[in-house]
Write a protein that binds this ligand. Structure first.
Ligand SMILES: [Zn+2]
Ligand SMILES: [Zn+2]
Ligand SMILES: [Zn+2]
Ligand SMILES: [Zn+2]
Ligand SMILES: [Zn+2]
Ligand SMILES: [Zn+2]
Length: 531
């Protein structure tokens, strides 16, 4: 157990016990103060319950970020918090500023004051829109309000305005925004078009009474920290959270985020974490190939990732981005660097391909998968051949294979023949193995995949029991594995927020598990009788 006597940093506060001036801080969280070791020790039984499992630290290389304040187990809850700002995405289809509902049809209503599209006139006076309406109305020539249906970048101005409004409605929220990374100098230096347009709109059209630096900072903070979530109207919006932004990036993260229906976000560990180890999420999504992660991190977050996965050309042995070597076929091309323009080289025969070549081939395959032409005809034989074709071009754990595998599974989702079930099991097992490396531990994706695999394995076992002549010990073993998968799925999914699909998924998992256990009992008794 951690002792209560460690000395923390030198800042001054009031003692958590006697409220006198205190300079000793809790070594775990750094936020609780004590006048001396005596009161710290006395307070520990109470404080240990509240002492946050994370600590915010700052280093020159990684900036301000979160580390584990003590040894953490997998599934440790870290943060459950509300957003400070929710707003439309930078580019999005028409969205009601009063409720974030989508707007359909061509003769949609507009706010009488600011002229922005609404889902209904009632939304003009909604709490969400009221504050910004007066500001947006300063655009008397209606330069920004979208004119027609379709995706538009015009909504980019809304989030910064909602941030600026916090200054009077939620001062501590405003402080949080000011404290966020914004990279606005680089954005101006790089002449980032959307950034410049939005800031110019705020300063020149709306003539907002703010320093240009503040406007740049607000727009930059939104671009850097806004996270895409689903609104309660099931539209895509972006939200900014006070603590979540402090998690650094890793492409094989140890923290899992779940957003609840009400916009609250939950962060918890997925694997055990040791004291002082950085707590990381994956900004881009871990199931992205290296070039996509690299591009997003460079353009939107202004850094290059040096996580263990990006530093390893095989991406932790998965070869998730590696094409097969066209020359020697038995090996794969690896990126020579993950920074900037790379070449891809075969370790075995030294064959090289340019980044553009590699990406072009991926693009062609993704188009084919998207158009569904490789699985057309829908027969098992065709799907199998198509997946094999993908493996002729890429590593069997490649991003393109993963995408093709999901397409194939979708195509086969009604195929409950013996061959169909067996093929689905094989694909799911390979996907689970891949996810276990790229998003290790207690992640929702692993939970859902284990559930899916468990269900199909159970159906296959039941079918074989009904119609085949199964070898009993082997069948029993398989159903026991099903129960094991469902156990883990249930454990993972029960960690999802109550206000999410989590509870329904747990119920489904438990139902299938009960069915599997019953089936197991039946098989057991049949085996005993046969003996
Ligand atoms: Zn004291
Ligand atoms: Zn503490
Ligand atoms: Zn509305
Ligand atoms: Zn309005
Ligand atoms: Zn990385
Ligand atoms: Zn080769």
């Amino acid at each position: 157990m951690r002792t209560a006597g460690r000395m923390g940093g030198g800042d001054i506060g009031t003692c958590g016990v006697c409220h006198t001036v205190a300079s000793l801080t809790c070594g775990g969280c750094g936020s609780m103060h004590y006048c001396g070791k005596e009161h710290q020790r006395q307070h520990w039984p109470k404080h240990r319950v509240e002492c946050p499992p994370y600590k915010v630290v700052s280093t020159p290389e990684a900036g301000k970020h979160m580390v584990a304040s003590r040894k953490l187990t997998a599934g440790q809850m870290l943060v459950y918090e509300s957003p400070v700002v929710v707003a439309p995405l930078s580019i999005c289809p028409l969205l009601c500023l009063g409720c974030h509902g989508s707007i359909t049809g061509d003769d949609f209503p507009r706010c009488p004051k600011c002229w922005w599209p609404l889902c209904s006139l009632a939304c003009a006076s909604s709490r969400l829109h009221k504050g910004e309406c007066a500001i947006l109305a300063l655009d008397t020539k209606h330069i920004a309000p979208p004119t027609e249906q379709g995706e538009t970048p015009r909504y980019d101005v809304i989030a910064p305005i909602r941030c600026l409004l916090l200054q009077s409605t939620n001062p501590s929220g405003w402080q949080t925004i000011l404290d966020m990374a914004h990279h606005s100098e680089q954005r101006q230096l790089n002449k980032e078009e959307q950034h410049l347009i939005t800031v110019r709109y705020l300063s020149d059209v709306l003539k907002l009474d703010y320093d240009l630096d503040i406007l740049n900072q607000a727009r930059g903070a939104v671009a850097t920290n806004g996270m895409e979530i689903r609104s309660d109207k099931n539209t895509r919006v972006r939200a900014m959270y006070p603590l979540i932004r402090l998690f650094n990036n890793s492409c094989a993260p140890n923290v899992h985020l779940s957003v609840a229906y009400n916009g609250m976000i939950q962060a918890r560990t997925t694997v055990p974490v040791s004291v002082g180890e950085p707590l990381c999420i994956c900004y881009t999504g871990a199931l992205m190939p290296i070039w996509e992660r690299n591009e997003t991190l460079t353009l939107s977050y202004h850094f290059s990732c040096n996580c263990p996965r990006c530093g390893d050309p095989t991406e932790l042995g998965t070869h998730f981005s590696s094409p097969r070597c066209p020359d020697c076929v038995q090996s794969y091309l690896l990126p020579c660097t993950w920074l900037g323009e790379t070449v891809w080289r075969c370790k075995l025969c030294k064959q090289e391909e340019s980044n553009a070549q590699v990406l072009e081939n991926v693009k062609i395959w993704l188009q084919r998968i998207e158009m569904d032409d490789i699985f057309s005809g829908c027969s098992l034989k065709r799907s199998k051949a198509a997946l094999q074709e993908v493996e002729d071009d890429f590593h069997p754990q490649h991003y393109v294979w993963m995408r093709a595998a999901h397409s194939a599974l979708y195509r086969m989702s009604d195929n409950n023949t013996e061959q169909g079930l067996n093929m689905r099991i094989k694909i799911w097992k390979r996907l689970v193995a891949l996810y276990t490396v790229l998003e290790p531990g207690l992640t929702k994706r692993r939970g859902m995949s284990l559930l899916e695999t468990g269900i199909i394995m159970l159906r296959a076992a039941q079918l074989e029991h009904r119609e085949g002549e199964p070898f009993m010990p082997e069948l029993l073993e398989r159903v026991r594995t099903v129960v094991k998968y469902l156990d883990e799925a249930s454990q993972i999914l029960s960690m999802e927020p109550t206000e999410s699909k989590g509870p329904a998924m747990v119920q489904k998992t438990e139902e299938v598990k009960a069915e599997a256990e019953q089936f197991l009992q039946r098989l057991d008794s049949e085996t005993v009788r046969a003996e």
